[in-house]
Ligand binder design. Sequence first.
Ligand SMILES: [Zn+2]
Length: 287
Amino acid sequence: MLVSAKEMLQKAKAGHYAVGQFNINNLEWTKAILLTAQENNSPVILGVSEGAGKYMTGFKTVVGMVKGMLEELNITVPVAIHLDHGSYEGCMKCIEAGFSSIMFDGSHYPIEENVAKTKELVAICAEKGMSLEAEVGSIGGEEDGVVGRGECADPNECKAIADLGVDMLAAGIGNIHGKYPANWEGLSFETLDAIQQLTGDMPLVLHGGTGIPEDMIKKAIDLGVAKINVNTECQLSFAAATREYIEAGKDLQGKGFDPRKLLAPGFEAIKATVKEKMELFGSVNKA
Ligand SMILES: [Zn+2]
């Protein structure tokens, strides 16, 4: 069932669990995540970056594929199609294409411009019944070079953006995208606590969920995180399973070269990773 992320995240925040956002790249990814959500009776958010959207030939293709699967696979759990780290232009394209949720990443704009553009998107999303995620304080990553600690957002700026009427708020709390460096100092729970105290029942979003220790994930959920983004971890498990299949020479046995066989171990690996995360986040049986 295609829905916005608003209600599922409000329920998650009130119920002290988090909904996973799992980024999709192709048919296998999408099918694996949707089936796992249904099997575990869990709400789920399909994340689509602008790059992945382009790879899949465009946002309309993504919406068509997801809607088709929801029907053909009889997916009844709540599912949101969400633009991840959208530019202003990307947000407009996804609104047009029929996404149910978008993230506007205005963190690189001066706060005044971030506020102005966010306000405009709040109005459009309210009219279309879509949910909107905003970001305060940029969340670093590998592309920014090696960092020991991701940026921490200013809690007052978080409050200002939350008050604009967004449905979920991503704030930098020392988290980063991709694999964490060995000298990473961990999440700043002090920052998270300060943000949560100012923003009340606003669902908070934790980006860069790959490689954060389980105890930190649980503490972040206790402190108001209701959505956790997972991307790299599914890529790593897919790649490892595919490598194992090829290294075992299975593509050379019988019809092992058939893409439906070749991609099957990676597909199962994504399913296992997603299930593990849903259990950790506490979203199983919360659909
Ligand atoms: Zn992110």
